[in-house]
Design a protein around this ligand. Structure first.
Ligand code: ADP
Length: 459
């Protein structure tokens, strides 16, 4: 196993070494070819010069002697090649011994490879259009190089190797720097997920990265940790709330029953009714939890039929009118009687939705306030708005009100409730592919708006 940083750095270095080697190879081959070409041209010119020198000699002397062109021998030794002169019948006139080149190497400015093959080329010597002789020019290396030529080639290779080494050092530096940009955010995100898997949800979010994929990963792990943290808080609140909700009616029952048994309280119908209300409150909580469990386990069965929303709302409005009146709250129902408001849905479940919304509106509105139920439509949707001018919802509570057992600031209202109503509303509406939005201003009021698709469910 390796760290990302090490792996990326190794990759960088391997890539750069390969490219440096390839560049070195190509540059070397190209330079060598060009250089050899150049040296070959020089060599050919030398051949031409030697041949035309012998032609000039023949022109002036008219025949070959043992001394014709012998002055070239010194130059030939110096430059490491061997000359042999023949007449037109290819009879030997004079010539140098190839071994002498090696023996006299100290005279040379050329580099000789002593064990190379001796190669010789024959050239014609012409006079007035006739071949008057032949000259053999031989050498041990295909191309003769001076020490300077070889040094030139060497220095090019050295500078390529030097620039390769410098490039490598720069590449290693750059790769270490850039690989850190990958490894750091990944390491942070990995640490976050290890913490999350250990149940440590309250962790510092990872720092931003400028690599798109890593930034996506970082953001999603941050969101995940926030959600898990929030769920964890909710879970703790849920346990605390449920035990509180269960304990208070049980305490009331226990204290009262003990007082009755001990004879402190008379057993009156009024007292028994009061205790019964506590039992009803208790069973309401259990019913709500049951309903929630049903939705969350997705075992709920819906009974879809055509629902006339205006009629359904009117019935609920009638049921709530009395309790709203008792609290001195004006409950209004507005609907355009000429329009049709039929949708496909489960009547009982939808009734539950509006009961929860309207009972909340009444619960969180003080005496003298008002609650409006508005039913209207546009081309696409049928909308139901439940609007009150009650205590409103705090900005910081708004994102959570649909969560299980979330109850807004309890110090602001002592009204009963267990934070399940809106979760059930949301779940039922989801099954009807309907949306719910909320707008609220603290101290001004709240409006919940439910939108059903006019064309039907899921379209
Ligand atoms: P509860 O049983 O507490 O009413 P809900 O899920 O119905 O539970 O509502 C969750 C929270 O949302 C409430 O505790 C309250 O803080 C807030 N809320 C819901 N409806 C209203 C409203 N009409 N006005 C003010 N606050 C509201």
């Amino acid at each position: 196993m390796q760290t990302i940083r090490k792996r990326v750095s190794i990759l960088f270095v391997i890539c750069s070494i390969s490219s440096i080697l390839l560049i070195t190879l190509f540059v070397n081959i190209t330079i060598k070819n060009k250089f050899n070409q150049y040296m070959e041209d020089i060599q050919n010119k030398r051949y031409e010069r030697i041949v035309s020198y012998f032609e000039e000699i023949y022109k002036t002397e008219g025949s070959w002697t043992k001394n014709s062109g012998i002055e070239l021998v010194h130059e030939a030794y110096m430059n490491n090649y061997c000359i042999t002169l023949f007449d037109s019948n290819e009879n030997f006139i004079w010539g140098m011994n190839p071994n002498d080149i090696i023996n006299n190497a100290y005279l040379n400015t050329m580099i000789i490879e002593p064990y190379g093959n001796f190669i010789s080329k024959r050239f014609e010597i012409n006079n007035n259009g006739y071949v008057v002789g032949y000259v053999d020019i031989g050498q041990y290396n295909p191309i003769l190089l001076t020490e300077e030529d070889v040094n030139f080639q060497k220095s090019i290779n050295e500078s390529i190797i030097l620039s390769g080494a410098v490039t490598l050092i720069i590449v290693i530096g750059i790769s270490l720097y850039f690989s850190k940009q990958f490894s750091k955010p990944i390491r942070e995100v990995a640490n976050m997920s290890v913490n999350l898997s250990k149940g440590n949800f309250d962790i510092k979010p990872a720092a931003a990265s400028n690599i798109i994929e890593l930034e996506h990963l970082r953001k999603s792990v941050n969101v995940l940790s926030e959600k898990l943290n929030h769920q964890d808080t909710l879970r703790r609140a849920l346990v605390a709330d449920i035990s509180h909700e269960i304990r208070s009616p049980l305490n009331v029952l226990q204290n009262n029953l003990e007082a009755m048994i001990d004879g402190f309280f008379p057993v009156t119908t009024e007292k028994l009714n009061y205790l019964n209300e506590e039992v009803i409150r208790f069973s309401r909580l259990l019913n709500n939890l049951d309903a929630l469990k049903e939705f969350e386990s997705e075992s709920i069965k819906l009974n879809f039929e055509t629902i006339e929303l205006d009629e359904l709302l009117y019935e609920i409005y009638k049921d709530f009118n009395i309790s709203a009146g008792n609290k001195d709250i004006k409950l209004n129902y507005h609907v355009n009687g000429d329009e049709e408001f039929s949708i496909i849905g489960d009547g009982d479940k939808l009734k539950q939705v509006f009961i929860n919304l309207i009972s909340n509106a009444i619960k969180f509105t003080e005496a003298g306030g008002k609650v409006d139920i508005n039913l209207f439509s546009n081309t696409k949707n049928i909308m139901v708005e439940v609007k009150d001018n009650g205590i409103g919802i705090r900005k910081e509570d708004l994102p959570f009100i649909f969560e299980r057992l979330y109850r807004g600031d309890k110090s602001r209202h002592q009204s009963e409730g267990n934070g399940i109503g809106l979760t059930i509303v949301k779940n039922i509406l989801q099954l009807h592919y309907a949306n719910i939005d909320v707008e609220s201003e603290e101290g001004e009021g709240t409006a919940f708006k439910v939108s059903f698709n006019k064309r039907g469910i899921g379209i």
